[in-house]
Design a protein. Structure first.
Length: 117
């Protein structure tokens, strides 16, 4: 028996077996009873209010002295204080030998590549 004929027979047999298995799997999935999942999750209450704790004024004073400044300092800034946008230096991404050769590919060559699969 030629290898081409044997190859075709094996392909057909495998294809038929896979189709039968897929058919059985799909039929089983359709016939099986459907279970409905009900989720009874209790949402966790979320508070957006900040918690305020009373801090002893002596502790506040000690902390301020350790930091060396006031907690309630205000800062004013505008866009002139921002850094300019980063522009990376140009890089040659087409190294030696990495470029494609010049020329054209005919439609027949493309079709030949596609039909070999």
């Amino acid at each position: 028996m030629k290898t081409d004929i044997l190859k075709k027979l094996i392909k057909e047999a495998v294809r038929e077996a896979i189709q039968e298995e897929i058919k059985d799997i799909l039929l089983e999935a359709v016939r099986s009873p459907k279970t409905v999942v009900n989720e009874n999750a209790n949402p966790i209450p979320y508070s957006t209010k900040p918690t305020i704790t009373n801090i002893n004024p002596d502790i506040k004073r000690n902390l301020r002295s350790m930091i060396g400044g006031e907690f309630d300092a205000t800062i004013s800034a505008n866009s002139s204080h921002a850094q300019s946008a980063y522009t990376p230096p140009p890089v040659n991404t087409a190294g030696e030998g990495s470029s494609l050769p010049g020329g054209e590919v005919s439609l027949n060559q493309i079709m030949g590549l596609m039909s070999t699969k």
